[in-house]
Design a protein around this ligand. Structure first.
Ligand code: UD1
Length: 422
């Protein structure tokens, strides 16, 4: 298993270019199942979750080529309607194939995604939506079987604005002739990017002035040509890495308005932020980092995926702050590792109480999940001395060429692939 050896205590400098969004790319790749025509998707980040999704598309019967960020998906043979457990267990978002496959074949079988490091993560909101669209749900040997003779358009009110359920249902409804309305839908930029991709295939989807997603379903969808939106979580992670290390850097090729609340909180914490249409420049304004409380919330609220890197920053603030995780249960595994690096954090249910310390101390730590891993990398960049971040495969799920990008910013970070007996 790869690990990072990081010599911390150095300031970052220069600029970093943001990749296409992983979370936007995953459902957009799955949307290619809605057509037999060719789909061309640009700015696809080269990440483990993307490679898993390519395997899923190939297993289902697509031919996929991926070169220099451009992914081309073509029809190869008649699509299968079920996915193997081996792939679903690697990535919970595999369940998002259910919507397109149900729409095209009126049946699909997908293994129930198992538990996951950041909580139970059920799919009940997806399933209730499929039922509204006329599907019957049953379980067989750990598989969810979703089928029907006929799907119908419907008004679906989500009990929570789940990102995945909104995307899965949108993909399904785009191939059901008639008007489907999703109320209390997620409004994350990744949802808008999927809308853009589906519309490029001939779908007709809008977000109306009441925030509802209105889908005029079509008999057939055609070729897709789409460029993935910038990754706002990667953007936020580099902003927080710069903030925690007290550095001035420029983030390029991003969409600053997708990180508005983070930018506001960083300003409150004492950083100077300047933005253009596609760039964010961060530098230190105050001498000490001011503590700021945050609560995670659906977009445009504070992203749960930035909660862990934000916690790293607050560990260095001048005083007490709270981080409240209101989206996922059990998303504080990084706290124990940050404590091993000298942080002062106490956990109380979904709230982390943090008392700032002067700096982290170098240590050997272990990533427990993708964003938690990024939080540890930032802490290691701050700690004066050599730290080791293990289980880098979590980080590789979501950060394209992270060590290369950090090295270009002046960090001392090296990937080590230990011998198998280590
Ligand atoms: C997506 C993102 C993930 C991000 C999350 C919230 C992808 C691939 N992943 O995950 O990085 O952290 O949005 O912004 O895009 N829930 C249910 N029942 C359901 C579905 C969800 O109870 O059927 C709950 C979940 O357990 C969680 C909350 O709703 O507590 C939010 O989940 P959701 O918005 O669905 O997240 P994902 O789409 O899985």
């Amino acid at each position: 298993m790869d690990k990072f050896i990081i010599k911390g205590g150095r300031k970052l400098k220069g600029s970093v270019e943001i990749s296409g969004s992983k979370n936007a790319a995953l459902p957009i790749l799955m949307a290619t199942l809605l057509t037999d025509e060719d789909c061309v998707i640009n700015r696809v980040p080269n990440l483990r979750d993307i490679r898993t999704t390519i395997k899923i598309l190939e297993e289902l019967g697509k031919k996929v080529s991926y070169d220099n960020g451009t992914l081309i998906v073509k029809a190869k043979r008649k699509l299968k309607t079920s996915v193997s457990y081996d792939l679903v267990k690697q990535m919970r978002a595999s369940f998002w194939v259910a919507g397109p496959l149900l729409a095209r074949f009126k049946k699909t079988q997908v293994p129930l995604p198992g538990g996951c490091a950041i909580g139970l993560r059920p799919v009940d909101i997806h399933l209730k939506g499929f039922e509204k669209l006329g599907a019957k749900i049953s379980m067989d040997k750990g598989n969810i079987i979703i089928k029907t003779r006929k799907l119908n358009p419907a008004k679906i009110i989500l009990s929570f604005p789940s990102v995945g359920a909104t995307q899965n249902l949108m993909m399904c409804a785009s191939l059901i002739p008639g008007k489907t309305i999703i109320e209390n839908a997620a409004r994350e930029p990744e949802v808008q990017d999927l809308i853009n991709a589906l519309n490029s295939m001939g779908a007709s989807i809008i977000i109306d002035n009441r925030g509802r997603i209105v889908i005029e379903g079509k008999e057939k969808l055609g070729a897709m040509n789409h460029t993935i939106v910038a990754d706002r979580i990667e953007t936020g992670t580099y902003l927080l890495a710069a903030a925690a290390t007290g550095s001035s850097i420029t983030i390029k090729e991003c969409v600053p308005s997708h990180n508005e609340i983070l930018i506001e909180y960083l300003c409150e914490a004492g950083f100077k932020i300047e933005t253009t249409e596609t760039e964010i420049k961060i530098s230190k304004k105050a001498k000490k980092i001011k503590p700021v409380n945050i609560k995670t919330a659906p977009f445009p609220g504070f992203a749960t995926d930035l909660q862990a890197p934000w916690m790293t920053l607050m560990c260095l603030a001048n005083g007490k702050s709270d981080v409240s995780e209101d989206i996922f249960e059990n998303r504080f595994m990084h706290a124990a590792e940050l404590i091993r690096m000298g942080a002062n954090i106490s956990l109380e249910r979904n709230c982390a109480h943090i008392i700032g310390v002067k700096n982290f101390t170098p240590a050997i730590v272990m990533s427990s999940d993708l964003r938690g891993g990024a939080a540890l990398v930032i802490a290691a960049l701050c700690a004066k001395g050599t730290s080791e971040v293990q289980r880098v495969y979590h980080i590789d799920r979501g950060y394209e060429r992270i060590e290369e990008k950090l090295t270009a910013l002046g960090a001392k970070i090296k990937r080590v692939n230990p011998a198998p007996f280590e």
